[in-house]
Design a protein around this ligand. Structure first.
Ligand SMILES: Cc1cc2nc3c(=O)[nH]c(=O)nc-3n(C[C@H](O)[C@H](O)[C@H](O)COP(=O)(O)OP(=O)(O)OC[C@H]3O[C@@H](n4cnc5c(N)ncnc54)[C@H](O)[C@@H]3O)c2cc1C
Length: 428
């Protein structure tokens, strides 16, 4: 495992190794890269490597992938992550200890029959939008400015300009990577919510069908041009992943972030866009840790000022991997992106390593904690954003706010503060 800020792959599990060996010795050997850099596959352009990356380009290769994953006794132990166009992903600087899976260009076909558009999982959304307009169809124009893939958009129920994937989707074809089961899931079965769906981590969307309506191609082209112009005027370029937070009911995350004076706020290599406050831009040589700390700081400020807990829209990868021997169920936690075991925690996104915490029940917000090994008792901690290292803290009950604490090893009671903010426990 590399240290904080490192760029290598995390050490894999025994499951990883068995599966990677199966891949390297089978028909996908030429399609498998060990210690594969994930940062360049994302729009943030930050983050470390996966234990291995496999790019599958046809159904035979998908079947071979499932075979390699499932033939191993260690199948259930191998963390798997699907990467689309990486436009909504933040990968940890430490990388991802597991197998990253991508669909190649063989899954990018778009075909149109009457008013039905069928698109492969790796098809680019702007391509689908333009193809449907050229065919005299309307209903997908909104996607022209969203730089994701069809698979990623189905998983995220992507949307914009008053429409979203669920409005036109008929069904999607998926494969469960853990058992090779191929199946179709209807619009209802996908259980779309705001930027959510029922697509599970180990399910790969191979393609989807959309039902659009007939419209004059000229009107569609004008709408595409309008949307592209709006994006250019209102959203930044550079390395970002679109909206960092989803909009809370009846409000906009960007507006809330502006009210706390965070436009242009910078932590290390990451900066809140001056053009759109719900976008974070990373420098050319950026670090995921800086982006995560900035996210945490924005959440802290908005919570403090408005009492609203912003929820991550950006998906976090590699900040912690579940141990499959545990009965791990991220859905049981309110918001536990990447946290290993955060049952009952309100928000525990991106906790790097919280193994062995004796008791972390009811922690409301623990974003970006780097390492909290062995904390004896952290019940009811209100907010612990960005804590660098909290090893062996004997008792941290009731600490309200410990943002950016660098090191709290072996503290008997409330954490010490080597910088940043430490509200609520009187040690600012
Ligand atoms: C400049 C910019 C503007 C954006 N504007 C918008 C917007 O207006 N509206 C909006 O909703 N989003 C927007 N986004 C975010 C992003 O483009 C969408 O969420 C998009 O749908 C993500 O697709 P992706 O292929 O990049 O997925 P990734 O970022 O690669 O992955 C996102 C999630 O989808 C999963 N996934 C990816 N592919 C598959 C697949 N084939 N099968 C199963 N799961 C898969 C991943 O595991 C991950 O959980 C924007 C991003 C940027 C950079």
């Amino acid at each position: 495992m590399t240290g904080p800020g490192g760029r290598g792959a995390r050490r894999g599990t025994r499951g990883d190794e068995a599966v990677i060996q199966a891949l390297l010795s089978g028909p996908l050997s030429a399609k498998t890269r060990v210690d594969a850099a994930l940062g360049p596959l994302t729009s943030y352009r930050v983050g470390g490597s996966a234990s291995a990356l496999v790019v599958v380009n046809d159904r035979g290769e998908v079947a071979a992938l499932c075979e390699a994953l499932c033939s191993s006794q260690e199948c259930a132990r191998t963390p798997v992550a699907v990467i689309g166009r990486g436009s909504n992903l933040l990968v940890s600087d430490d990388g991802f200890a597991g197998l990253a899976v991508m669909l190649g260009p063989g899954f990018s076909k778009v075909s149109i029959a009457e008013t039905t558009v069928a698109a492969g999982g790796s098809a680019k959304l702007p391509v689908v939008a333009r193809a449907s307009v050229s065919a005299g169809l309307s209903g997908f124009e909104w996607a022209v400015g969203v730089p994701g893939s069809v698979g990623g958009a189905v998983r995220m129920n992507a949307g914009g300009h008053g429409a979203e994937i669920r409005d036109s989707l008929i069904d999607a074809e998926l494969i469960d990577l853990r058992n090779g089961a191929l199946f179709s899931r209807s619009n209802d079965g996908l259980e779309f919510g705001y930027r959510t769906s029922s697509v599970d981590t180990a399910e790969l969307v191979l393609g989807a069908r959309f039902e659009l309506s007939r419209a004059a191609a000229a009107a569609g082209s004008a709408r595409l041009a309008e949307i592209v112009a709006w994006r250019r005027a209102n959203q930044p370029g550079g390395h970002n992943s679109g909206s960092v937070f989803s909009n809370p009911d009846g409000d906009s995350a960007g507006r809330l972030i502006e009210t706390v004076g965070a436009k242009g706020l910078r932590i290390g290599t990451a900066e809140v866009s001056r053009k759109h406050a719900n976008f974070i831009q990373a420098d050319d040589d950026g670090r995921a840790a800086d982006i995560l700390s900035l996210m945490a700081e924005l959440r802290r400020r908005v919570l403090e000022r408005h009492g609203i807990e912003l929820q991550f829209e950006t998906q976090l990868l590699g900040f912690d991997e579940p141990d499959a021997s545990d009965d791990w169920d991220p859905r049981a936690a309110g918001n536990a992106c990447g946290a290993k075991d955060a049952r009952g925690a309100g928000n525990a996104c991106g906790a790097g390593d919280a193994r062995g915490a004796g008791n972390a029940c009811g922690a409301k917000d623990a974003c970006g904690a780097g390492d909290a090994r062995g904390a004896g008792n952290a019940c009811g901690a209100g907010n612990a954003y960005g804590a660098g290292d909290a090893r062996g803290a004997g008792n941290a009950c009731g600490a309200k706010d410990a943002c950016g604490a660098g090191n709290t090893c072996g503290e008997g009671a409330a954490p010490a503060d080597s910088g940043g903010c430490a509200d609520g426990n009187g040690s600012r």
